[in-house]
Design a protein around this ligand. Structure first.
Ligand SMILES: [Zn+2]
Length: 247
């Protein structure tokens, strides 16, 4: 837990510094409306404080109801990392794709309301959405079942750090773009996903392989501006009581 928290804090701080030290980026980030600050601050509290408490609450409950399964599974370090970084990433691809179906779009709509992406908007979600991410529950199950889940947690640490980077609103240097674009969902790929035109593309989180396999990958690059806008309903309703009001 400690190493993951340190990694996430480091990546978050670095992205804030990079964002605020560039005049154009800084102007875009600070041009948020009061509502946008509220929704992003709430998102960071929910995902940074409430969600990390989920394993702390769930594991004692599981220990009480199914004590025999606690730390009952031995998985070697490589296997642990493969499960949390690759397998859960594939499940997240479908998790995210279902969010874009008519049935679930209303709980994902708020995440797609940023005018531009930056690290502050990473966790912009309705409260309920934060609890239906596959990685929240995969983490609880793995932590409960696996003996010494150090490498299982390391996979999630990398996933969460990449999530911040993907939303960070900092352009990827060309050399890194060329190196990583066959493997990872880059910030530029994710910006396209956040635009109305690209909503049905680039659902992946860590790896772009799942989008490539299922025909939803796009290498289209667009400017990180005028992507979408806040829903017309009260921001508090969007956070605590999202409703279907059409796509
Ligand atoms: Zn989406």
């Amino acid at each position: 837990m400690g190493l993951n928290t340190a990694l996430i804090f480091l990546v978050f701080s670095l992205l804030v510094l990079l964002r605020l030290s560039n005049e154009l980026y800084r102007h875009a980030s600070l041009s948020r409306s009061k509502e946008e600050w509220i929704v992003d601050f709430m998102g960071l509290i929910i995902q940074g404080v409430i969600i990390p408490l989920t394993p702390l609450m769930m594991i004692p409950l599981l220990k009480y109801f199914v004590p025999s399964l606690h730390q009952s599974v031995h998985i070697d370090p490589i296997g642990q990392f493969i499960i949390s970084f690759f397998v859960v990433d594939y499940l997240y691809y479908w998790n995210h794709r279902f969010f874009h179906s008519k049935t679930f779009w209303h709980i994902h709509r708020l995440h797609h309301s940023s005018r531009h992406l930056d690290v502050f908007a990473t966790s912009r979600n309705s409260l309920v959405t934060s609890f239906v991410f596959i990685y929240v529950w995969a983490q609880v199950i793995g932590l409960y079942l696996i003996q010494d889940p150090t490498f299982f947690l390391a996979g999630f640490g990398c996933t969460f750090a990449l999530d911040l980077w993907r939303h960070g609103g900092v352009a990827t240097p060309k050399i890194l773009k060329n190196l990583m674009s066959p493997i990872l969902i880059l910030p530029e790929h994710h910006i396209y996903h956040h635009a109305v035109l690209g909503r049905t593309k680039n659902y992946g989180a860590n790896l772009n392989w799942w989008d490539r396999i299922h025909g939803t990958f796009s290498n289209e690059m667009i400017q990180n501006e005028n992507l979408e806008k806040l829903p017309s309903r009260s921001i508090w309703l969007e956070i605590f009581s999202p409703r279907r009001i059409g796509k």
